[in-house]
Structures are given as structure tokens and as C-alpha cells.
Design a protein around this ligand. Structure first.
Ligand code: DX5
Ligand code: ZN
Length: 216
């Protein structure tokens, strides 16, 4: 079954609790943490995640686009995130970090930028609860979906099946009514959507419509 995770990067940051309520029915709330170093943008950190986790019943899917996730990721679990994604390009010890996230009680997830291949990380997959394939360069909402990522989604789904894993496969960036079916067909099952949800007049309706498209 498809999961739809609205990204609050496209929400109004002065009203995050209300914006969380506006996407009732969403599976997770996707929280983009950016540090101005790993990506050229700055968003929010641990205190905001802590407040938001108290303000909504929707579990938080924290996507860390930051340097040194080995140091910071565990704090997001303590702040209440149900899932924590670190970028493999930034992690010094991805296996150790994934184990630490799981040991602290959250789902452990690893993200790949568009130019990072999956093949070198095949042996790490059993350590993860989710793999995130970026379908734009991380840093900003509202960018165009990169079609050339579809073969990578497909190859990753094949590796997951080959190893008989329960791993979720998430896509993030440019996911909309125009692209979600292709992502689902390629094997993704968790869909992040920022502008396609928060740019809509009825964000909860957009979540329902995306889910229907993904399951078509
Ligand atoms: C981009 C972020 C995404 C972003 C997606 O770096 O990781 O989560 O919010 O926004 P859209 O869906 O508008 O491409
Ligand atoms: Zn994201």
C-alpha cells in the first residue's frame, strides 16, 4: 500500500501545527532538516521537531540534509521522530548510525542524492527500514522531477526483492499527479510531496488523490 508523506518544506513555517492538521490522512509528515552546508538552504532543527512531535499525531519522517549526521541524527530520535533519514554521502559510519537510530527506537533510513548509485550499498540494505532515492537535487521544494532516476528506483526494488527485505522505498522531489504513477510502477512505495500537497487548495484532498494515483 502506498504511503503519502507531505513535506512541510512547502508549508507555512509560522503555522506548522495547523499545517500538520491540514493534511489529515497523511501517513507521515516529512520534515526537511537543512544546515546550509550539506545543501545551500537552512530550515529547522531539533527544537522545532520536538515541538512539532507534540503538536501532531502524525508520525514525523525526518530527512536530514546535514553534515555529520553521525553526531546529530540520534538527537532527532530523542526529539520524537519516528523515522530518521541520513544521507550516505554525509555519514562517516552508516551501518553504525543506522543501528544507533534503531536502538533508540526509530526507523532507520538512508538517502541517496541523484548522482549516488545504489549498487555499492547493497550489503547495507538489511540494516535499514527505508531507502530514500532523491528525484531532485536536495535543497529546495518545487523542482522538476528527474526522470533519469526511474531506472535507479527499479534497480533498487530488484535488490530489495532479491534479498527478501521488508525495506520501504521512498522517493522525494517533484512527486506530483504527473509523476507519482511512474514512481510507483518503478517500485517506490513511500511518496514525499511538498508543493503538490501544500500548493493545493485542499491539501488533504491532494493527499487522497496522490494515494489513488499511486495505487492505480
Ligand atoms: C528537497 C526536499 C523535499 C522537498 C520536496 O530537498 O528533500 O522533501 O520538500 O518538495 P517538492 O515535492 O515540491 O519537490
Ligand atoms: Zn525531503
Amino acid at each position: 500500500m502506498a504511503q503519502i508523506n507531505p513535506s512541510i518544506l512547502s508549508a507555512d513555517f509560522s503555522r506548522l501545527a495547523e499545517e500538520a492538521r491540514a493534511v489529515e490522512g497523511a501517513d507521515w509528515l516529512h520534515v526537511d532538516v537543512m544546515d546550509n552546508h550539506f545543501v545551500p538552504n537552512l530550515t529547522l532543527g531539533v527544537p522545532v521537531v520536538e515541538s512539532l512531535s507534540r503538536a501532531t499525531d502524525i508520525p514525523l519522517d525526518c530527512h536530514l540534509m546535514i553534515e555529520d549526521p553521525d553526531r546529530w541524527a540520534p538527537q532527532y530520535v530523542e526529539a520524537g521522530a519516528g523515522s530518521v533519514t541520513f544521507h550516505v554521502e554525509a555519514a562517516a559510519a552508516p551501518v553504525r548510525l543506522a543501528r544507533e537510530i534503531r536502538a533508540k527506537g526509530a526507523r532507520a533510513s538512508m538517502a541517496l542524492k541523484p548522482a549516488t548509485p545504489i549498487e555499492p550499498f547493497e550489503d547495507l540494505l538489511p540494516e535499514l527500514d527505508m531507502l530514500l532515492i532523491m528525484t531532485v537535487e536536495p535543497g529546495f521544494g518545487g523542482q522538476a522531477f528527474l526522470d533519469i532516476m526511474l531506472p535507479k528506483i527499479r534497480r533498487t526494488r530488484e535488490l530489495i526483492s532479491k534479498h527478501g527485505l521488508e525495506l520501504w522505498l521512498q522517493v522525494d522531489g517533484g512527486v506530483s499527479a504527473a509523476t507519482i504513477e511512474r514512481c510507483a510502477e518503478a517500485g517506490a512505495d513511500v511518496f514525499v510531496a511538498g508543493s503538490a500537497v501544500y500548493g493545493a487548495d485542499d491539501p488533504a484532498g491532494a493527499v487522497r488523490a496522490l494515494r489513488a494515483d499511486a495505487e492505480r
